[in-house]
Design a protein around this ligand. Structure first.
Ligand SMILES: *Cc1c(COP(=O)(O)O)cnc(C)c1O
Length: 480
């Protein structure tokens, strides 16, 4: 297919119509006030309905999507989300509820939200959750405001710094800065874990919080997290865990057990809402008991089987989001958790870990892992351009598209040279993983036999290599 084909408004042919309505008995001016009438007709494409259907269907096929292709995008958990949960969230009583409805009219929705909070407490061991934040990064920001409120409540005003591991997700330092803190990065050791000595040297009376992504962006569990928590607490600081990739830990570990004070989850990613595509998300934040009073309002309160949104709570950091958060996402998460039950929840994490390790083990002779040991839900491999006629990570990503696979996350984490971050997720079959591994192995062989072919990839897609520098220097963000 050829993307340079005329699209959108340029396909328009003057006078062409989809539907032709019968002329109204009276002109629009008979119904509408003069100020609301158009002076000129709207500038819309003039096309037949059939052309419009074909146009959008064709565009949709130019893209990769989860329903057609493996999407091993590290740190993004592009997994299958059961359709049944979409149907549950779309039930009239949930989807049709007006956001301003009185609590008495939406008891069912409030009960589901309340139950979800309790389930998330059970899964993480934390004392209380808020479902308000609309995304992972929004959850981080909420957690950071909670930490600030905690230190303020103790009149401890010197704590102006947040320590962030260099293996953290990029949103962690950004959220800390947005929350008004200065950010100090703590280095990892060659084995990908936080350097305890560097951490201890950085901790002090100025430290408000330590932020860790667990598993970290190398896909590794921070095995010394208990010691990290103890060191942070001994210095009067809190420990924040970025739990966006909780599919690696579900049913296997409770973060409260290793000393986490504040954590966010991504319901999109881990709990049955697709991630990406700009749809609504949800980044609930859980806290230890001592921090509960700082959580945002409204809180969902239960009294004798009746549920209410409490708009006021002493100590609260205030409102983070309109209404009660993205309730549709929360309902899907609740349906997902209840649909699985305790035993099979654990198998989500086990399969996520198994699949990542399977891919890692099948590829490690050609694409060496950043850290050569078993990983959690994702693995970080590398290309070795100096040994393979200059086969770079970008080349691998582009050539994979020709093989019918979406590309993994590349050049992230920043601490790994030529990084390829693969997250197969728990919902892929062995057959799909085998095909993916075979494609990567074929690309490696091709780099040795016919390097130009790989460097020029993709060959089968409507868009070839983009001029990324040109796009950054001369952005044209408007159509036409
Ligand atoms: C995806 C992700 C985030 C950010 O979540 P958003 O919903 O995109 O804001 C934060 N941390 C980690 C580890 C993630 O994988």
């Amino acid at each position: 297919m050829n993307l340079s084909e005329k699209i959108s408004i340029e396909k328009s042919v003057p006078g062409r119509r989809g539907l032709v309505f019968a002329k109204a008995a009276k002109p629009a001016s008979a119904y509408l006030p003069a100020g609301a009438l158009r002076k000129a007709p709207p500038r819309l494409p003039e096309m037949g309905e059939f052309e419009v259907v074909r146009h959008y269907t064709r565009l949709s096929r130019l893209n990769f999507c989860l329903d057609t292709h493996l999407y091993p995008l590290g740190s993004c958990t592009m997994k299958y989300n059961p359709r049944a949960n979409e149907e549950i969230a779309a039930l009239d009583g949930f989807a049709g509820a007006h956001p301003c409805a009185p609590d008495s009219a939406v008891q069912g929705t409030l009960e589901v939200l309340h139950r979800l909070e309790k389930l998330l407490c059970e899964l993480t061991g934390l004392a209380a959750f808020t479902l308000q934040p609309a995304a992972g990064a929004h959850g981080e920001f909420t957690g950071i405001l909670v930490a600030a409120a905690y230190h303020r409540s103790r009149k401890d005003r010197k704590r102006v710094e947040i320590l962030v591991a260099d293996s953290s997700h990029g949103t962690n330092p950004a959220s800390a800065a947005l929350g008004g803190f200065s950010v100090r990065t703590v280095a990892s050791r060659p084995d990908g874990r936080l350097d305890m000595e560097a951490l201890k040297a950085a901790l002090g009376p100025q430290t408000a919080m330590v932020m860790l992504t667990v598993p970290n962006t190398l896909g590794l569990f921070e095995g010394q997290i208990r010691q990290i928590a103890d060191a942070a607490h001994a210095a009067g600081a809190l420990l924040y865990m970025d739990g966006a990739n909780f599919n690696a830990l579900l049913g296997l570990a409770k973060p409260a057990d290793f000393g986490v004070d504040i954590l966010h989850l991504n319901l999109h990613k881990s709990f049955s809402t697709p991630h990406g595509g700009g749809g609504p998300g949800s980044g609930p934040v859980g806290v230890a008991a001592a921090l509960e009073k700082f959580l945002p309002v409204p809180r969902i309160a239960e009294k004798g089987g009746t549920f209410a949104l409490q708009a006021k709570a002493a100590g609260s950091i205030g409102r983070m989001r309109s209404f009660a958060g993205n309730t549709g996402v929360a309902i899907k998460a609740y349906a997902y958790l209840r649909g699985h039950g305790a035993e099979t929840l654990r198998s989500i994490a086990e399969n996520a870990i198994l699949n990542a390790n399977y891919a890692r083990a099948k590829l490690k002779d050609l694409f060496p892992p950043a850290v050569d040991e078993p990983c959690m839900h994702e693995c970080v491999l590398r290309t070795e351009p100096e040994k393979t006629n200059g086969l770079k990570t970008l080349d691998v990503a582009k050539r994979l598209l020709d093989h019918g696979f979406y590309a993994p996350t590349i050049y992230f984490p920043l601490i790994v040279h030529e990084a390829i971050m693969i997250e197969p997720t728990e919902t892929e079959t062995k057959e799909t993983l085998d095909a993916f591994v075979a494609a990567l192995r074929a690309i490696h062989a091709e780099a040795l036999a016919d390097p130009e072919k790989v460097h020029a990839a993709p060959h089968t897609l409507p868009v070839k290599r983009l001029d990324e520098l040109g796009a950054a220097r001369n952005p044209n963000v408007a159509w036409g």
